[in-house]
Design a protein around this ligand. Structure first.
Ligand SMILES: CC(C)(COP(=O)(O)OP(=O)(O)OC[C@H]1O[C@@H](n2cnc3c(N)ncnc32)[C@H](O)[C@@H]1OP(=O)(O)O)[C@@H](O)C(=O)NCCC(=O)NCCS
Length: 158
């Protein structure tokens, strides 16, 4: 069987609907529990927003039996800084190394592009995500208030 990283591909235009389905369903499962109802956005991304986002980021996908089950994106923020966006693994496929493989893949792509640092933002109550990134070498750089708590910015030299 192939390892998780070898199953990662760059997304194609035809993947759009499947990608937003993964993001919206994983987001609902994880963040629907920690973001107060009045602030929770559903869907978190529409097809139009996804298509517009392709102008400044590249999505990577992981398939299982032909279907997309995990996604993550890389955008370039500055000459030497990239940002990881939209890291989502479907609930039934979490804790199998797929998120790690996607993040490692994006770091490798970023390194090949000459980037030196990766940043990302998550929610202060998303303890699983903060632990996930800490265990992969990311450190917290700042906390920015949002209406229900804080957004946590993290970064890693790559
Ligand atoms: C955060 C997220 C992307 C991680 O993806 P994942 O595929 O579950 O990640 P991995 O399987 O690579 O690693 C997760 C944990 O499972 C463990 N793990 C990996 N393979 C495992 C296995 N075969 N058996 C048991 N545990 C395993 C890892 O050690 C890791 O533990 P840690 O977080 O304490 O370091 C995923 O939980 C997710 O999509 N969550 C909802 C959306 C979200 O929070 N996205 C991030 C927004 S910023």
């Amino acid at each position: 069987m192939k390892d998780a990283e070898s199953l990662i591909e760059k997304s194609k235009l035809k993947d759009a609907q499947e990608i937003i389905n993964v993001i919206n369903s994983s987001n609902r499962d994880a963040f629907g529990r920690i973001i107060p109802k009045q602030y929770f956005r559903e869907p978190i991304i529409t097809l139009k927003e996804y298509e517009e986002s392709l102008e400044n980021m590249t999505f990577y996908i992981h398939r299982y039996e032909g279907s997309i089950i995990a996604v993550a994106a890389l955008s370039v923020e500055a000459a030497e800084t990239g940002r990881i966006r939209w890291v989502y693994v479907l609930p039934n496929h979490q804790k199998q190394g797929i998120g790690t493989a996607l993040v490692s893949h994006i770091e490798a792509v970023a390194r090949d592009m000459g980037l030196k640092k990766i940043r990302l933002v998550t929610d202060c109550n998303a303890t699983w995500a903060i632990r996930f990134y800490k265990n992969r070498g990311y450190t917290q750089t700042s906390s920015i208030p949002n209406p229900w708590g804080f957004n946590i910015w993290m970064e890693k030299e790559i």
